[in-house]
Write a protein that binds this ligand. Structure first.
Ligand SMILES: Cc1cc2nc3c(=O)[nH]c(=O)nc-3n(C[C@H](O)[C@H](O)[C@H](O)COP(=O)(O)OP(=O)(O)OC[C@H]3O[C@@H](n4cnc5c(N)ncnc54)[C@H](O)[C@@H]3O)c2cc1C
Length: 261
């Protein structure tokens, strides 16, 4: 079985600051990490590999420094790590990001593609399902458990706030996984040494993928960002020290006032 895990290098958002004048993220000096959901996706793939001898490939689109995230994936135990990097990809929205990733997926022809549910910086949760759409693959989102039935089918658990669905899905397919699916393993010391010693990350640019540059980057992106800004801090709430019935009436009145009821 061949498994691709899509891995995004993201700024550690607990440290992110916004430039109040331009409304853009200040990236200088901000530590980069592997998107947390993707670490869980990697762990899920590596657990399948441990039991079933699968080949696991980490795939990322990003600037050259995303190479670091992929070395971490190699140190965790993936067999190959591929970085899609080209000046023509810069400025891509989710549509173009998923288009580029899907071309690489098509070239690699896997049985299973695993994405994180959501990236902690872009936060759209669109890229996984869009890759599936570009390739006409069946996809299941919000996955919290994966059981391999055979090379041809999986049974996955799809988590909701109030329950879950158990779904049998045929391969090749794409899953987007929740962070809660598992706890990712640490990198192995011997593997860290190998991952950093040699140039093991494969670099694919647009000459490998073969896109017309006009469909890539900012030019090919249908999303236009008009403005981005930090949400203002809310003032402290009002406390009503009243009996429960009176409190319920006040809440209901407020909801009606705001057209929620
Ligand atoms: C007009 C426009 C211009 C932009 N320009 C830039 C830019 O110049 N530089 C920039 O960094 N961002 C840019 N972005 C943001 C960028 O488009 C998104 O970060 C990216 O498309 C992923 O979307 P997301 O973060 O919402 O991922 P989500 O859809 O939330 O991610 C879900 C999952 O998809 C996979 N995934 C997502 N992105 C990648 C990736 N790159 N590689 C591998 N797997 C991935 C991961 O498994 C992830 O967990 C731009 C956005 C817009 C709208």
């Amino acid at each position: 079985m061949k498994i691709i895990v899509c891995v995004k290098q993201v700024p550690d958002t607990s440290e992110v600051r916004i430039d109040q004048k331009t409304g853009t993220m200040i990236r200088e000096g901000v530590k980069s990490i592997i998107n947390p959901d993707d670490l869980s996706g990697l762990e899920a793939a590596l657990r399948i590999k441990d039991k079933n001898n699968a080949e696991v490939i980490a795939l990322s689109m990003g600037p050259k420094q995303a190479d670091n995230a992929l070395r971490e994936c190699l140190a965790m135990g993936v067999d190959r790590a591929i970085l899609l990097s080209d000046r023509a990809f810069a400025g891509a929205d989710t549509w173009v990001t998923s288009l580029v990733l899907s071309k690489a997926v098509e070239l690699l022809s896997p049985d299973l593609v695993i994405c994180g549910r959501q990236a902690i910086d872009g936060d759209t949760a669109q890229v996984g399902p869009q890759i599936a759409e570009h390739l006409n693959l069946p996809s299941v989102a919000y996955v919290s458990d994966i059981k391999l039935e055979s090379n041809e089918s999986l049974v996955v658990k799809r988590m909701f706030e109030d329950g879950y669905q158990s779904i049998r899905v045929k391969t090749p397919c794409l899953l987007t996984v929740l962070k809660e699916i598992n706890e990712a393993r640490y990198m192995r010391v011997s593997r860290i040494y190998n991952a950093y010693k040699a140039d093991l990350v494969e670099l694919w640019d647009n000459s490998t993928l073969g896109f017309d540059p006009l469909v890539l980057g900012l030019k090919g992106s249908p999303t236009k960002v008009k403005k981005s800004y930090t949400k203002g801090v809310k003032t402290a709430g009002k406390v009503f020290d009243v009996p429960p019935k009176e409190a319920a009436r006040i809440i209901a009145d407020k909801l009606k006032e705001n057209y929620i009821l």
